[in-house]
Design a protein around this ligand. Structure first.
Ligand code: EZ4
Ligand code: CO
Length: 403
């Protein structure tokens, strides 16, 4: 079998997605997700201009060799743009191999280690009554675990509560990120009271998560972890920017609140200290941002030696193609922890018809050969790229802060 074509489709059925479609001389094609929120066109160009020409003529069964040649051959290693591009190739080749074998991808990854894939959903509220309503809505949908985010008194907009910039109607050179505001002291005072209220209302059993979105220093993260211990979180996510891996040693020394990190990481090297020193409990990278199924499986195997579990990033800005790849991996690996799942707009599900299912809070990849996702190219073309950026975060004095 030989690759005869590789093309990139950028579509915005509500938000932007970048998809790579690889076609072979035997009529089998494969899809990979290369969506990098707010930097979509950079990855599209990386793929279209620099990777697609290299793929034509090669044997699509040689997944590892292709991965290594794209990673090592570019000379310039790692980074989100490169690794999202390589991820799309890796997943598209796995899709082709599994279709050629007539098997769903999870069968090639070792087969099912469980019946279904547990998820967590997002509950958000500007205040506590609104948050309670949102928690009830997620519970009614069947989610077995729930991430809670709230507004902070005195702050207009904070992460998770207001929807981010979204698509704008302006020409793309004029699009600008919205600005959110931030006050760490107010946040650290408020969040434990939110968890107390939620535990009082919903009891001790509901697994609860919270995302601090890289906003705290290590000692602030340690304080928050300690303050939240009575509420027995499933995890505290991205408590401090973890490119400073040493910082997690300090957090870990002070709190037993479980820690999850890694959605912005794109290489196993980002995790070396965190995993080998058992400084975290869950690794959060997405198939789409980590170079694909091949390297993420290796990360999970490394994490398993240290009793660390998987928790693949699954926001709305991973396409259904990236989500499907994640679900196959979730079903197959032994050290599965949980899968983030926010769901998609009906139009997105139409652009990407898929075999995976979400039932009563649990995902299953389905039994279609490959990853089980198709791309409706006509519908995709009818919804072209729309410039949109993630917000920028500023302290009350105007200083840029982590988002
Ligand atoms: O803000 O994917 O845990 N999930 C998250 C996400 C991120 C977005 C950024 O593109 O933190 O919602
Ligand atoms: Co997060």
């Amino acid at each position: 079998m030989k690759i005869v074509d590789a093309k990139v489709v950028v579509t915005s059925p509500g938000r932007n997605f970048v998809t790579l479609k690889i076609t072979t001389d035997e009529g089998i094609s494969g899809l990979g997700d290369a969506t990098l929120n707010g930097r979509e066109l950079a990855v599209a160009s990386y793929l279209q201009d620099h990777v697609a020409p290299l793929l034509v003529g090669i044997d699509p069964h040689r997944i590892e060799d292709t991965w290594q040649s794209l990673y090592r051959g570019a000379y310039w290693r790692r980074g989100p743009v490169t690794m999202a591009a390589i991820a799309a190739v890796d997943v598209a080749l796995w899709d082709i191999k599994a279709k050629a074998a007539g098997l769903p991808l999870y069968q090639l990854l070792g087969g099912a280690s469980r019946e279904r894939v547990g998820t967590y959903g997002h509950a958000n509220g500007q205040d506590i009554p609104e948050l309670f309503d949102s928690i009830r809505a997620r519970m009614a949908e069947g989610y077995p675990a729930i991430r809670i985010q709230t507004g902070i008194p005195g702050l207009k907009t904070v992460y998770g509560v207001h929807h981010s910039a979204g698509a704008t109607a302006v020409p793309h050179q004029q699009a600008r990120p919205v600005v959110e505001d931030w006050d760490t002291a107010a946040y650290l005072r408020h969040i434990p009271t939110v968890f107390e209220a939620v535990r009082n209302e919903f009891g001790p059993e509901l697994p609860l998560l919270h995302d601090a979105h890289h906003r705290l220093t290590p000692i602030q993260a340690a304080q928050l972890g300690k303050d939240l211990e009575p509420y027995r979180l499933f995890w505290l996510e991205d408590c401090t920017p973890a490119e400073d891996q040493d910082g997690l040693r300090l957090v870990r020394r002070h709190t037993t609140t479980p820690l999850a990190i890694g959605e912005v990481f794109n290489s196993v090297y980002d995790y070396q200290t965190l995993v080998s020193e058992k400084l975290i409990d869950y690794v959060r990278s997405a198939v789409t941002h980590f170079g694909g199924v091949s390297p993420l499986k290796k990360l999970f195997d490394f994490a398993a030696q240290h009793q660390i579990k998987s928790a693949i990033h699954g926001p709305e800005d991973i396409s259904p193609v990236g989500m499907a790849a994640a679900i196959h991996l979730d079903l197959a690996i032994h050290n599965f922890g949980i899968q983030e799942y926010a769901g998609y707009t009906p139009l997105t599900d139409e652009v990407f018809p898929h075999a995976y299912t979400f039932t009563d809070g649990y995902l299953h990849p389905g039994e279609a050969p490959g990853i089980g996702v198709e791309l409706d190219e006509d519908l995709a073309a009818a919804h072209g790229y729309e410039a949109a950026y993630l917000p920028v975060n500023r302290l009350l004095d105007g200083t840029v802060h982590d988002w």
